[in-house]
Design a binder for this molecule. Structure first.
Ligand code: SAM
Length: 316
C-alpha cells in the first residue's frame, strides 16, 4: 500500500478512539489473535517513528506495515520459524532483549491475552514437539502468572529502550473465568503518555444471541503509550491487590462495621452476638467504650431497627 494513502487514512482517524473496520493488507488474518495493521501504521505515523521494534510479532503484520511506510524494522516472536526475514526467534521469558532492538524509537507489543481466552500459540500456530515452547507461551499461562510474566518482560524491554523512545502495548480485557483487565494489571513504566481505545469489529459475540445477557459485551481493546524519560531512572506503577477486614480498617465507620456484622450474622441478632463479631478487631481495640459505641451506632442510624426484646436487625 502506498505510504501517502496510509497516512491519509491515519489522519482521518486521529483521535483517542481508533476505529478501522478492515485490518489492511498486512500480516495474516489466519494467525489467531492477529491485529489490524492500521494500529501499527497509526502509531508509526503519529510518533514519526524511524526504527520500529516489535515483540510478539506473530504473523508479520508490523513488519509488512513498516515496508509500506519505509521504516526500519526488527521483530521477535517465540515462533521457531519466524514468518518474515526481519523477525527473530526470541523467547521473551528466558532470553535477553536482542541487540537489534537497541536504538528503536518505538517498541510495539501485542502480547497474547493469557490462557483464559484459549488462544495458545506453541503447539497450535507452530510445532512444539517437546512441549518446551508451551511452557514459555504467554497464551498458555493462567491470568496471574501471565500478568506477572508479562510485567517482567515489559520492564526488561523498557530497560533496553532509548531515552525519549515510546513503548506502545495493544491489550484487552477478558471475560472468561471471571473478568480480567490487562489495562489495570499491567506495569506502567515511564510516563503514561496516552491511552487509546481501539474499537473491535467483527467480534465473535456480534453474531451470538443471548437469552439472559447480564453483562456488557467487550467491543474494544486498549493501546497504552509509555515514554521513557531518562537513561538511568526507571519509574513505574505496578498494580497491587490488597485485602483487609472492614473491622480492622481505619476508613470504615462504626456504622459500616455494625452493618457488616448484622449482614454476616444474616438474621436478627442480640447485642451480645454483635459484640462478639467485632470484639478483638482494631475497631474495638481502639475504643475503650466500644460496646457503648455499638449501642449508640445502632440507636442513632435509621439503617437499624430493634424489637421489644432488644434484638437488632437491618431495617427493611
Ligand atoms: C497476539 S499474537 C501477536 C499477533 C500479531 N500482532 C499479528 O498481527 O500477527 C501474540 C504472539 O506472541 C507470541 N509469544 C507468546 N509467548 C511468547 C514468548 N515467550 N516470547 C516471544 N513471543 C511469544 C506468540 O507466538 C504470538 O505470535
Amino acid at each position: 500500500m502506498n505510504r501517502n494513502d496510509i497516512i491519509a487514512r491515519c489522519q482521518q482517524n486521529d483521535s483517542t478512539l481508533l476505529s478501522f473496520e478492515d485490518r489492511g493488507p498486512w500480516g495474516d488474518r489466519k494467525w489467531r489473535g492477529n491485529c489490524s495493521g492500521w494500529i501499527q501504521a497509526f502509531l508509526m505515523w503519529k510518533y514519526h517513528t524511524k526504527k520500529f521494534s516489535e515483540l510478539f510479532a506473530g504473523s508479520g503484520t508490523g513488519y509488512d506495515v513498516t515496508k509500506d511506510m519505509g521504516i526500519s524494522y526488527v521483530g521477535a516472536d517465540l515462533n521457531p520459524n519466524p514468518v518474515r526475514p526481519g523477525i527473530l526467534n526470541v523467547n521473551a521469558v528466558t532470553d535477553e532483549v536482542p541487540e537489534e532492538f537497541y536504538g528503536a524509537d518505538q517498541i510495539f507489543m501485542h502480547p497474547p491475552y493469557g490462557a483464559e481466552i484459549k488462544i495458545p500459540y506453541a503447539g497450535s500456530m507452530y510445532k512444539d514437539p517437546t512441549g518446551e515452547l508451551s511452557k514459555s507461551d504467554l497464551g498458555q499461562m493462567p491470568w496471574d502468572i501471565f500478568m506477572k510474566t508479562l510485567n517482567e518482560i515489559v520492564m526488561k524491554y523498557y530497560s533496553a529502550m532509548e531515552p525519549g523512545a515510546r513503548m506502545s502495548i495493544l491489550m484487552g480485557d477478558v471475560r472468561r473465568g471471571g473478568f480480567h483487565s490487562m489495562f489495570t494489571d499491567i506495569v506502567k513504566p515511564g510516563e503514561l503518555e496516552q491511552v487509546i481505545i481501539k474499537a473491535q469489529h467483527n467480534c465473535v459475540s456480534d453474531g451470538r444471541t443471548y437469552t439472559n445477557r447480564n453483562f456488557v459485551p467487550i467491543v474494544h481493546e486498549y493501546i497504552m503509550v509509555l515514554k521513557k524519560l531518562a537513561p538511568y531512572l526507571i519509574n513505574f506503577q505496578l498494580p497491587q491487590k490488597y485485602e483487609m477486614d472492614t473491622r480492622d480498617s481505619k476508613t470504615s465507620t462504626w456504622r459500616d462495621v455494625v452493618y457488616a456484622a448484622l449482614k454476616k450474622i444474616g438474621r436478627n441478632a442480640s447485642l451480645e452476638e454483635i459484640y462478639s463479631e467485632i470484639e478483638g478487631h482494631e475497631k474495638a481495640k481502639s475504643n475503650m467504650n466500644w460496646q457503648a459505641k455499638i449501642r449508640q451506632t445502632l440507636q442513632m442510624s435509621n439503617l437499624f431497627v430493634h424489637d421489644s426484646r432488644g434484638v437488632w436487625a437491618v431495617a427493611a
